[in-house]
Design a protein around this ligand. Structure first.
Ligand code: 5AD
Ligand code: SF4
Length: 461
């Protein structure tokens, strides 16, 4: 693995200033997961570094970039819908540059489709191309017609890419990129490439900078944070990294995602128990409660091992809560497999579930499996899963009423005058308080619940 430093491109900055009378505006929209949102923040940083301003509406933009997601077909369709809608805008404003980047751009068949059917898309580059954006834009501004890069992954990590964060109190901090797991349904390893970890010193420096800038919640990101450190000289694992970061003094909390159950170690649980900065919450995607399907998904754990980990966490970290991802309707899922998933969901008692109907991804192993279950059957199962989880979540939320908790105040609530804050366990609470509290911590007494949203009273309001 090679580590590079981002280089400011003065020639690109000069060219931008020459081409546009006033600073040009860029509209960047990121679809999909937090990793993509985090990439989007770096794309914005790189653009500002060469003189672009940022705008909130495509109509005001000189450059539109869609930072795309490929994890499910629906996400891709949405992007094509959005790109299609830009045709009229481009006709009105021929100088407009339209680009597409992120996970979709790392699939050859998508690049081919864009080349053929979307002639007004000027620029396509993949997830590893963010630092090269100034040079790509320079070529475009110098008159090159279209720049559609073929999917490629670079075995490099570029540090110190400028970043324009969306919040000034919650930050995304990528600690690694890519994925080596090849779960059979998942496109991520193909589009984001092999796993690569940032150096601990680089992560620590960015983390310290965030704490010094007053960030109150820092979420460490990786497709599988529990395998952090593979191949690094430092010989550090994810728990070691957490301990290192938590030595930074300050008033902040740390979250991380995603944890793969096969690599979530007891050492990690012990670390959560030991470090007060870490949220007592674990997002631990199980995907299915059927051992047969877990094997077909190439997940490398079974239900017994998964539940043993949950048990250990509950013993070591009193009050810890869990959330999970579940795929409904994986090829060949039987009613019996699905019943096992429902049983597991009830046994664990998740605070929150993210549920997805299986989506066939070309190029993955599961795409080759027969999938005879009718769509209607899959949507019925999904509804049963949602109903089961709703009942659990309502019960779990109600159990919290009466407690006093520390929340990070994130914004406005749904009712006039209320604010909304988030607990350690990711649940939301709404309460009356002055808006100056947004971005800081507050002690909230939980007084009631409306389904899974808590209601509370601010102790110091
Ligand atoms: N179909 C449905 N859900 C998927 N996920 C990943 N790939 C697919 C797919 N092909 C889900 C998994 C993963 C989450 C981020 O997205 O549950 O944990
Ligand atoms: Fe996809 Fe599995 Fe990697 Fe997660 S761990 S990104 S589900 S291959």
């Amino acid at each position: 693995m090679e580590f590079l430093d981002f280089q400011h491109d003065p020639a690109a900055e000069k060219l931008v200033a020459e081409v546009y009378a006033a600073p040009p505006m860029a509209y960047i929209h990121s679809f999909g997961c937090q990793q993509n949102v985090s990439d989007g923040e770096r794309i914005k940083g790189v653009l500002c570094d060469i003189g672009y301003g940022l705008c909130d509406r495509p109509e005001d933009a000189d450059l539109i970039l869609y930072n795309t997601c490929a994890v499910r077909e629906h996400a891709e369709q949405r992007v094509f819908g959005n790109v299609g809608a830009l045709k009229a805008l481009k006709e009105k404003k021929p100088g407009l540059i339209i680009g597409l980047c992120g996970c979709m751009a790392n699939q050859q068949h998508i690049v081919d489709k864009l080349r053929k059917s979307y002639p007004y898309v000027d620029l396509v580059f993949g997830v590893d191309g963010i630092d090269t954006l100034p040079q790509l834009l320079s070529q475009k501004l110098e008159g090159k017609k279209r720049i559609l890069l073929a999917p490629a992954q670079r075995p490099v990590i570029v540090e110190h890419i400028p970043v324009r964060r969306e919040s000034d109190f919650r930050a995304w901090l990528p600690i690694m990129y890519g994925c080596d797991n090849f779960c059979t349904y998942c496109i991520v390893p193909y589009v984001r490439g092999r796993e690569k970890s940032r150096r601990p010193a680089d992560i620590l420096a960015e983390f310290k900078g965030l704490v010094a800038a007053g960030y109150k919640e820092i979420t460490l990101l990786g497709q599988n944070v529990n395998s952090y450190g593979k191949g690094l000289e430092e010989g550090m694992d994810f728990s070691d990294l957490l301990h290192l970061l938590c030595t930074v003094p300050g008033d902040y909390r740390v979250r991380f995602m995603t944890s793969h159950p096969k690599d979530a170690s007891r050492k990690l649980i012990d670390t959560i128990a030991a470090e007060p900065h870490l949220c007592k919450h674990l997002h631990l995607p199980v995907q299915s409660g059927s051992d047969r399907l877990l094997a077909a998904m190439n997940r490398h754990y079974n239900v017994e091992q998964y539940l043993a980990l949950i048990d250990y966490a509950r013993q070591r970290v009193p009050g810890i809560t869990f959330s999970s991802d579940i795929i409904v309707g994986f090829p060949g899922e039987t009613e019996e497999d699905f019943a096992a998933t429902l049983a597991l969901v009830k046994t664990v008692g998740y605070m929150q579930l993210f549920t997805f109907i299986y989506s066939k991804r070309e190029g993955t192993k599961a795409a080759l499996l027969p999938d005879p279950t009718p769509r209607k059957e899959k949507t019925d199962r999904m509804q049963r899963l949602l109903d089961t989880q709703d009942a659990i979540a309502i019960e779990k939320t109600a159990e919290l009423v009466g407690k006093t908790v520390r929340v990070l105040v994130e914004g406005y609530g749904r009712e006039e005058g209320t604010l909304s804050g988030r607990l350690d366990n990711n649940l939301t609470v709404e309460f009356l308080a002055d808006e100056s509290k947004i971005g800081s911590y507050a002690e909230i007494e939980l007084t009631g619940a409306r389904a899974t949203v808590l209601l509370g009273q601010c102790k110091e309001a």
